[in-house]
Design a protein around this ligand. Structure first.
Ligand code: FMN
Length: 238
């Protein structure tokens, strides 16, 4: 398996160690490509919307965003990590995710994403884990990611060396459980993704009809769906 890891912080703290525990559980025979935020993507979305009108190759920050997206597309598994910062995911994770808004299913999703597995790894001193899973999971869902899992732990500590063996064992257990799940091949995405796909398909057909009535041209998103054959009954999966 190829794994793309997006580290939501650069320091080698608790999040880094949890990610290493996960990669150890997966096994060294699998190739992991790691990105570190903000080093590998230091920019905020400028709001130019070039990705909506064309694609992410038109993004002013394409030197950062395109290689990470290409790595995601080539991977079997996407890992995104983030500790809890002020009850949310880190700002650098959000800054990266903003750059991939055009990959949302309502816009121009990539068919490869419907076969990906994703793992969110998070921890906190005590609160906010669910919010981080929601912050990152929202993008994973709207990208069409087939299966997503999370490894999360309240540490009640801020230094890894001080984290209790009991909590480290709990993380290890979660890593082993998720590893077994991601080894299974994906035939089609989970129900939520299949439902979103159907709803978006109907939405595009309706919107395009109303635009056509007003004499407006087809949108880039509509053309993406049309060219993929998804408006004529084709689906990315069998
Ligand atoms: C800026 C900042 C904000 C934080 N906000 C929270 C928080 O809202 N809730 C919480 O339980 N812990 C919070 N923490 C603690 C971290 O989530 C916790 O120490 C985590 O293990 C840090 O991960 P790291 O060691 O990989 O940097 C915060 C830490 C920082 C630096």
């Amino acid at each position: 398996m190829k794994i793309t890891v997006i580290n939501g912080v650069q320091n080698k703290g608790c999040t880094f160690h949890m990610k290493d525990m996960f990669l150890d559980a997966v096994g060294k025979e699998h190739e992991a490509v790691e990105y570190h935020l903000p080093y590998n993507m230091p920019s905020f979305c400028s709001g130019c919307k070039a990705c909506f009108y064309k694609d992410i190759t038109a993004c002013p920050h394409r030197e950062y965003t395109v290689p990470i997206w290409e790595s995601i597309k080539e991977s079997d598994v996407i890992v995104i990590t983030s500790p809890v910062y002020v009850l949310r995911a880190t700002g650098q994770v959000k800054a990266l995710l903003d750059h991939y808004a055009s990959k949302f299913m309502v816009h121009s999703p990539d068919k490869e994403l419907f076969f990906k597995k994703a793992v969110i790894i998070t921890n906190s001193a005590g609160a906010g884990l669910k919010n981080v899973i929601r912050d990152i999971g929202t993008s994973l869902d709207w990208w069409g990611v087939a299966k997503r899992y999370s490894i999360s732990q309240k540490l009640f500590e801020t230094r890894w060396e001080k984290v209790s063996d009991k909590r480290k064992k709990s993380i290890e257990k979660q890593c082993l459980r998720i590893t077994k799940k991601i080894e299974k091949p994906v035939k089609k995405p989970r129900l939520k993704i299949r439902l979103l796909f159907r709803i978006v398909k109907i939405m595009h057909k309706m919107l395009n009809k109303s635009f056509a009535k007003k004499g407006e041209p087809e949108t880039a998103d509509y053309q993406h769906w049309k060219n993929a054959g998804w408006l004529d009954g084709d689906k990315p999966w069998k």
